[in-house]
Design a protein around this ligand. Structure first.
Ligand SMILES: CC(C)(COP(=O)(O)OP(=O)(O)OC[C@H]1O[C@@H](n2cnc3c(N)ncnc32)[C@H](O)[C@@H]1OP(=O)(O)O)[C@@H](O)C(=O)NCCC(=O)NCCS
Length: 175
């Protein structure tokens, strides 16, 4: 592993803003670009939303961010993953490594520091090839097509829905 994951904190704001600004073009076609969005994200952390920053172990640089959103416990134990990778780390495989750590944390038992989810989904616009490649690389199954699912960049956008359940995940062995 070349990365680690951790919760964001207020001291990350400058590093976060810089990484998002630097990556605006890379992110912007698919997700909102909000360099100053970390304080709001920190405010919204709770039972329904957990954010993880993915950090490069060697340099401490910010590789990416993953939100585990729409978390519902009870009989569903489900969450939706939303993510961005940042330059200069995009396309180096580090985001994939970080996402594996996030998924592992999502499925792990709360007694072991996990969230205790049973199912994760990833919703991707049909022509977002890099995100679809990432979902498939992580082992997500294509479940279906959801028309007009999310309001992004001024319109309701169709999404392809991918999912993974805990039974399909081999827990990572801690190093
Ligand atoms: C979707 C997104 C998060 C994918 O992240 P990424 O940076 O491509 O992910 P990785 O760094 O793990 O890159 C994997 C790629 O690097 C390549 N790679 C290079 N060196 C590698 C290495 N040492 N190990 C593994 N893969 C490596 C892989 O071949 C792979 O390329 P491919 O997808 O063309 O096959 C990113 O493109 C992004 O932020 N997009 C904009 C926002 C977005 O679309 N978010 C998701 C909305 S649903």
């Amino acid at each position: 592993m070349r990365v680690r994951i951790r919760a964001p904190r207020p001291a990350d704001e400058p590093m976060y803003a810089e990484a998002v600004r630097r990556s605006a073009e890379h992110i912007g076609r698919w997700n909102p670009v909000e360099p100053d969005g970390l304080p709001d994200l920190l405010d919204r952390q709770g039972v329904g939303l957990r954010t993880f920053l993915i950090e490069d172990l060697e340099t401490g640089g910010l590789v990416g961010k993953c939100n585990v959103a729409n978390i519902v416990m009870g009989r569903f134990r489900n969450g939706a993953l939303g993510y961005d990778s940042y330059l200069p780390f995009a396309g180096t495989g580090r985001m994939t490594e970080g996402m594996r750590l996030v998924i592992d944390r999502c499925f792990a038992d709360p007694a072991d520091g996990g969230i205790g989810l049973h199912r994760l989904e990833i919703n991707v616009q049909p022509d977002n090839d890099r995100s679809i490649a990432l979902a498939r690389r992580l082992g997500f199954r294509h479940e279906g097509f959801t028309p007009r699912m999310l309001f992004l960049d001024g319109a309701w956008r169709d999404h392809e829905r991918f999912a993974l359940t805990a039974e399909e995940w081999t827990p990572l062995i801690p190093e």
